[in-house]
Design a protein around this ligand. Structure first.
Ligand SMILES: *[C@@H]1O[C@H](CO)[C@@H](O)[C@H](O)[C@H]1NC(C)=O
Length: 436
C-alpha cells in the first residue's frame, strides 16, 4: 500500500514531465510508422486519403492536449524533420530495392553479365571519340580440359593461334590437297583433327600435325564416335563446334577450316583480330558480303510503299577465325546445342545465333563480328563467276580459295592450284560458272 502511495506521489511530482516524454515518444513512434508505411508522405493524395487524415489529426490532438510548452513543440518539430529525412531515405532505399527486384526478374544474371561486358564504368568522351567494345577479353586459359591436346598445341600453335580442320576418310583426297598447299605456303601452325584411324595415319606419314581422341575418351561419347566415323559433311560440321570449345577454353584462337580450301598465302598475316568471329562470307560482291539496304516494295501501301530491310549474305561456317572469349564460347555452345536437338544445317544455325537480336522470349548472342575481304578470302562463286572473267581481278593473289559453291570440289581445287601456283592461265576455263 505504501509503495503504491509513493508511486502515486512520485507520479504526481513527475507527472507533467513523464506525460510529455510519453507524448514525444508516441509522436516519434507514429512518425516512424507512418514513414515506413506511407513513404509518399501524409498529405499526398492516395487510395485512402480519409483514413490518413484522421490519423494525422488524432496525432495532433495528443500533442496539443499533453504539451503546453512551446519548447517542447519545437523539439517535436525537429524530431519530425528528422523523421521526414529518414522517411526520404527509406523511400530512396525502397525505390532502389524495387529496381533491383525488377532487374532480377528480367534476367537473373543480366546484371552480372553487364558488369562482365562493361567492366569499369567510365564517362563518355567528346563527340567522335567514343568507341564501343568489340575486342572482348580472352578467357583465362584452362589446360586441364584436355592435357593431351594442350601438349600438342604448345608445340604447334604460333602466338596461341592455329588452323584446325576435321577430317575422316570420306575427304581424304581433298585433305591431301589441303595440307600440301598449307605446307607450300610455309604455314606451320595447323592441326588435323582426325576422326578415324586412316586419316590419323595419313597425317603421321606426311608429317602433318594431327590429333585424335583416345579410345577411352570416345567411349564416353558414343554419339561422337558414330558421327566421326560415318558422318557426312553436315553431321561432321556439327561436331566441329563441340571440338572447337576445348581449343578456346585452353586460350587458343582457332582458324577453323574446311578441307575444300586451297591456301595461297598465310592467312595469319591478313587477319584483323578485333572481333569474336572474323569470317569468310558467302557473298559475291561488296553489297552482299558487307550488308546493304534492301527495299521491300508494297505498292498498295501508297505513301509508305517502301519498307527498308537489312541484308547480308551468310557467313561461311567452313572458314572463320574465332577468338577465345566468352561470347565465342557461348556461340559454340549455342550452335552445338541446337544441332544436337534440331535437324538443322550448321551454317544456318551459326548465322542465326550470330545475327538475330534479342526479342521477346529470346536472348541474342551479341558476339562481335567481322566479314573477311571477299577477294582475299574468296569463295568459288566469286572466282568462277567474276574473277576469272575479269582481266584485273585475275591478277589478284587471294589468301585462300574455298570451293564451297561447287560439288566437283577436288577437281576445282586442283585447277585453282594449277592457275595460281603453277601459272596455267587456262586452268580455270573448262568449268561452268555453277554446277552443270
Ligand atoms: C568494295 O569494298 C572495298 C573495301 O571496302 C573497296 O576498296 C572497293 O572500292 C569496293 N568496291 C566497289 C566496287 O565498290
Amino acid at each position: 500500500m505504501i509503495g503504491g502511495r509513493r508511486e502515486t506521489a512520485s507520479m504526481k511530482k513527475d507527472g507533467g514531465k513523464s506525460r510529455i516524454a510519453a507524448a514525444i515518444f508516441v509522436g516519434i513512434l507514429l512518425g516512424c510508422i507512418f514513414a515506413f508505411f506511407y513513404p509518399d508522405g501524409f498529405f499526398v493524395l492516395s487510395s485512402s486519403p480519409l483514413s490518413r487524415r484522421r490519423v494525422a489529426a488524432s496525432d495532433l490532438e495528443v500533442i496539443t492536449s499533453s504539451c503546453e510548452s512551446s519548447e517542447r513543440i519545437n523539439l517535436l518539430k525537429s524530431e519530425f524533420v528528422a523523421a521526414s529525412e529518414k522517411n526520404a531515405e527509406l523511400k530512396r532505399q525502397v525505390r532502389e530495392l524495387k529496381e533491383k527486384l525488377q532487374f532480377a526478374e528480367q534476367g537473373k544474371d543480366s546484371a552480372q553479365k553487364q558488369v562482365m561486358v562493361l567492366g569499369k564504368q567510365q564517362k563518355a568522351g567528346p563527340f567522335g571519340t567514343v568507341k564501343g567494345l568489340r575486342t572482348n577479353p580472352a578467357v583465362v586459359p584452362d589446360e586441364s580440359v584436355n592435357l593431351k591436346l594442350a601438349k600438342i598445341l604448345e608445340k604447334v600453335a604460333v602466338n596461341h593461334e592455329i588452323i584446325v580442320t576435321l577430317a575422316n576418310s570420306n575427304v581424304k583426297d581433298m585433305l591431301e590437297v589441303w595440307f600440301t598447299n598449307i605446307k607450300r605456303v610455309g604455314i606451320s601452325n595447323y592441326l588435323v583433327f582426325a576422326l578415324d584411324e586412316e586419316i590419323y595415319n595419313l597425317c603421321l606419314s606426311n608429317g602433318v600435325p594431327v590429333y585424335k581422341k583416345d579410345v577411352e575418351e570416345i567411349n564416353e561419347d558414343k554419339n561422337f564416335e558414330s558421327i566421326a566415323r560415318t558422318g557426312g559433311n553436315h553431321a561432321v560440321s556439327g561436331l566441329k563446334f563441340r571440338i572447337l570449345r576445348e581449343f578456346l577454353q585452353m586460350g587458343y584462337s582457332v582458324l577453323l577450316s574446311d578441307v575444300d580450301i586451297v591456301y595461297l598465302q598465310n592467312p595469319f598475316e591478313h587477319l584483323y583480330r578485333d572481333s569474336d568471329v572474323e569470317s569468310m562470307t558467302d557473298g559475291h560482291n561488296n553489297m552482299t558480303a558487307y550488308g546493304y539496304n534492301d527495299v521491300f516494295d508494297e505498292p498498295e501501301m501508297g505513301w509508305a510503299r517502301y519498307a527498308h530491310t537489312m541484308r547480308i549474305w551468310v557467313y561461311n561456317s567452313g572458314f572463320f577465325y574465332i577468338r577465345p572469349t566468352i561470347p565465342s564460347i557461348e556461340l559454340l555452345d549455342r550452335v552445338a546445342g541446337r544441332l544436337a536437338r534440331e535437324n538443322a544445317w550448321d551454317q544456318a544455325v551459326f548465322n542465326e545465333e550470330l545475327f538475330y537480336p534479342s526479342h521477346p522470349g529470346y536472348e541474342g548472342l551479341h558476339a562481335s563480328r567481322r566479314t573477311m575481304d571477299h577477294y582475299m578470302f574468296m569463295n568459288s562463286k566469286v572466282l568462277f563467276k567474276t574473277v576469272r572473267k575479269d582481266s584485273q581481278l585475275r591478277k589478284l593473289k587471294p589468301v585462300v580459295i574455298h570451293v564451297n559453291y561447287h560439288p566437283d570440289k577436288l577437281w576445282r581445287m586442283k585447277a585453282v592450284v594449277d592457275y595460281y601456283v603453277n601459272g596455267k592461265q587456262d586452268a580455270l576455263d573448262p568449268f561452268p560458272d555453277g554446277s552443270s
